[in-house]
Design a binder for this molecule. Sequence first.
Ligand code: MEV
Length: 472
Amino acid sequence: MVSVSAPGKLMIFGEHAVVYGHPCVVTAVGERVTVSVEKTDDGRVIIEAPKVKNTTFVEEAIRQAKTHWNIPDCGLRVTTDSTFSSQYGFGSSSAVTVAVLDALRRFFEKKENKKELFDLAYKTILAVQGVGSGFDAAAAVWGGTLLYKKGGVLLEALKISGQLPLIVGYTGVKADTATIVREVADKRGKFPEKMDRIFDAIGKLAADAKQKIEEGDWERAGTLMDFNQEYLRDIGVSSDKLEMLISAAKKAGAWGAKLSGAGGGDCMIALASRDKHDAIKKAMTDAGGQVLEVVNCAPGVQMDTTDDQSELFVVVDKNDTVLGYKTRGECHADKTLMHRGIGLLVFDRTGRVLLQKRSMTKDTRPGYWSTSVGGHVMKGETYEQAIAREAKEELGIDVPMKLYKKHIIRYPGETEMEALFTATHEGPFHSNTEEIDEVKFFSKEELSSAITTGTIHLTEAVLLNLQVVGFL
Ligand code: MEV
């Protein structure tokens, strides 16, 4: 059996305008849809989806997957489950579509390619509901927070560490996205110039917001949210209930607030300093809203075993004396729990260094370039055993390695005692596509220029490691 899960989404900036080709900012939420696939003997395809009212997306996804990957007719049981109500507008249909496609892809051992998976999911969604920009499928596939353009012609992961300081309020009213999108299209037919001017302004604002979010300029990002809400009011998609919650959040001190999604109901979001969250949540509840506790910047579709949060890490003091064992989830949520990590820098004979681009499904630093091999020491392992295991798992190599140095690396949310190893190897590398999007050798000049032009982003660990060995 294969089991995968995909996240829901929240639109942060740019709804409606994205349908007309402008960029939007979307974040994946911690609420997930899980799909498992197993073979049955009787040749029938059985869908067990107790929490899904309408199984059309599941059925269409199975049809699309069979055609696309040439899957022969056979007996299958496809089971879905979800941690969230489809009422909230978190995009459960897109999440279930992506999860079904990815579960079938893995079950029939088809190659991993996120863009291909996205294209297939978008095709499935359009076949079922006829309209939409596909932003929700992008969030379900890649996770994190994305700058996105319709059809995936632009896809950029925002560089943020940690969470967006968001509060989510549900109006209690279910919105019908497809109907609202069609109403907006009718309005655009009647007032093309006015509507296109508004969409254009919303698109610019979304691109601007991406930059402010990456800079951590939340106050300005909040102001942009307020502007975005004004435009959404102008196109007529807000509602009294949404306005009540938005105004309550603003009065209680939010930097900005707006509806999230098609409008007419579903959810609103407020951006606010953490110390104001309790007061804002109370104000929104008093105004008749339901506060939803959801994390954002969640990982995209992944096998349920990837980055198992219950794995036991080795917790140490600054002299590397073992203090005890804590789970991955605990260590990544508390920077006082220094734990053992490992890194390997692989060089070729000309002195170029091999870096890996972390998969978008990683729980930390998705999409960043990092050390050739990296990971954690598990309970019962030595540093040497751990790095040998990771080198085999991540790159498919078994090479002699030298311990270069042991040092402490402090990330914004976690602290590692890292043993850095070096090795020489020319490849081939069989990189693990679960964990790594790409591996590539860089000369000193290539790497410095890519960093200066901002075409790649490095993890703190690889930056430090490359400085330690004198490469940067
Ligand atoms: C709905 O959540 C967001 C819209 O922009 C529609 C879409 O992008 O598919 C209104």
